[in-house]
Design a protein around this ligand. Structure first.
Ligand code: MRU
Length: 363
C-alpha cells in the first residue's frame, strides 16, 4: 500500500497553517489516493503512505500509521471515497452492495474511537440517494468531515484556552494534536491557543508508554511549531503535580458516554485521580463526533487490547525478561465525576453529567 517519500518540511503544503502554531497535516486527499503521514516512523522519519484503496486505509488505521480518534474517522471517510470510485468503475450497477465489504473492513480497523463509526455512518447516509458517479458526492462529504473537524478544533481551542489562568503549567497525555485530528488538535489545540495567548508557562507531556505518542508525536509537533515542551515519564506525573508545576491536565477522548464517562489513552484515568488528589483541574477536549450517547456509561465502551509485544518491546527491541507476559489495554475510562471541564465545539460543560450532556447534544 505504500509509496514512501521524504519531505523536508511536513507543513510545506499548508503555508497558512504556520500562522497559529499548526504546521502539520496527518491526512490529505490527493486526487486518487489518501496521503497519510506515517506516525509509526516519527520522529526519526517523515514518510508518507499513499493509500489507493479502502483496504490500505483500513490497514493503515489498524497498524497505527494513522491514529487519534478524529484522524481515524477522516481517513476512513476518504477510504469510502476510494472504495466508491473503484467499485463504480468496476460496475455502475452493483457498486452500492459491493462497497459494503469495504465499509465493513474500515469499521473493523479499531474498536474504541467512535469517530470512526460516526464518519462511516455519515458517508453511508449518502449512498441510497446518489445517482450516477458516487465519487464527487462522497468526496465532498469526506472533505466536509475533514474541514468541520479543523473548525471544531479551532473553536475548542478558544473555549478551552479561556478557562486557563495566565501563568499556568499544563500536562497532556498521548497525542491529541494535528497528527490525531484533521488539524490543530483537541487538547493540544487548547494548549496551542493558550500558548498563543501567553497563558501557559510550561507544557509537560507524558511519554505515553507503550506506543510513546507523547514522546514521539506530541513532542515532535510542538517542536515543529516552536512551542517548548518538557517530556516526563508516565510515572512522574503525580510527582510533578505534587511540586505545584501543573494547574490543568488537558486530554482528548476516544469515546464519551451519555453520562460523561470518557475513554482515552491508557493512563488518563490515573492522571484524573492524581489531579483530583492534588486539587488540580482536569479538562477533556473533544468534538461532538466523539460522543456516543447511545451508551449509558463508560462500562459500555469497548476497550481495545493490543498485542503484548507493544509492552514487551521498545522500538522493536525486546526490553522485558524473556518469558514474561504482558497485558496491553490501550484505553481506560475516566469517570465523569473526575472531569472538571468538558470542552466541545458546542460549548463547555463544567462538572459533566447525563443531564448536561443531553442538553449539549440535543438528545
Ligand atoms: O491509540 P491512539 O494513539 O489512537 O489513541 C489516541 C488517543 O487516545 C487520543 O487521546 C484521542 O484519540 C484523542 S485525539 C484528538
Amino acid at each position: 500500500m505504500s509509496n514512501h517519500s521524504h519531505t523536508a518540511c511536513p507543513g510545506q503544503d499548508n503555508p497558512a497553517a504556520y500562522s497559529s502554531y499548526d504546521s502539520v497535516r496527518a491526512v490529505e486527499w490527493r486526487e486518487d489516493r489518501v496521503r497519510l503521514l506515517d506516525q509509526r516512523r516519527l520522529p526519526q522519519h517523515t514518510e508518507y503512505l499513499s493509500c489507493r484503496d479502502a483496504a490500505a486505509v483500513a490497514q493503515a488505521i489498524s497498524t497505527m500509521a494513522v491514529r487519534g480518534a478524529p484522524a481515524i474517522g477522516i481517513a476512513a471517510a476518504y477510504g469510502v471515497v476510494l472504495a466508491a470510485q473503484q467499485r463504480y468503475a468496476f460496475s455502475s450497477a452493483t457498486w452500492r452492495t459491493d462497497i459494503e465489504a469495504d465499509i465493513a473492513a474500515l469499521a473493523c480497523s479499531r474498536p474504541t474511537a467512535v469517530n470512526l463509526f460516526w464518519a462511516l455512518a455519515r458517508m453511508q447516509a449518502h449512498l441510497a440517494d446518489i445517482t450516477g458517479d458516487p465519487g464527487p458526492v462522497l468526496l465532498a462529504e469526506a472533505r466536509r468531515i475533514h474541514d468541520e473537524d479543523i473548525a471544531a478544533n479551532r473553536r475548542m481551542g478558544e473555549l478551552g484556552a479561556a478557562l486557563i489562568e495566565a501563568g499556568s503549567g499544563v500536562l497532556t497525555h498521548c497525542n491529541t494534536g494535528s497528527l490525531a485530528t484533521g488539524g490543530y488538535g483537541t487538547a493540544l489545540g487548547v494548549i496551542r491557543a493558550a500558548w498563543a495567548a501567553g497563558k501557559v508557562n510550561n507544557v509537560y507531556a507524558d511519554e505515553t508508554r507503550p506506543w510513546l505518542q507523547g514522546a514521539r508525536l506530541t513532542a515532535w509537533e510542538l517542536v515543529q511549531d516552536g512551542i517548548p515542551v518538557t517530556l516526563i515519564a508516565d510515572g512522574a506525573a503525580a510527582w510533578l503535580m505534587r511540586q505545584g508545576e501543573v494547574r490543568w491536565v488537558i486530554v482528548g477522548a476516544d469515546r464519551i458516554a451519555a453520562n460523561g464517562d470518557t475513554a482515552n489513552k491508557i493512563g488518563t484515568y490515573g492522571l484524573a485521580l492524581a489531579a483530583r488528589h492534588h486539587g488540580l483541574k482536569f479538562m477533556v477536549v473533544a468534538p461532538a463526533s466523539t460522543f456516543d450517547t447511545k451508551l449509558r456509561s463508560g462500562a459500555d465502551i469497548p476497550i481495545e487490547t493490543r498485542t503484548p509485544q507493544e509492552v514487551l518491546t521498545l522500538a522493536g527491541q525486546p526490553v522485558a525478561a524473556a518469558g514474561a507476559s504482558a497485558w496491553n489495554p490501550v484505553f481506560d475510562v475516566t469517570p465523569a465525576e473526575l472531569i472538571d471541564a468538558l470542552v466541545t465545539e458546542r460549548g463547555v460543560v463544567l462538572a459533566p453529567d447525563a443531564r448536561k450532556i443531553a442538553a449539549l447534544m440535543g438528545v
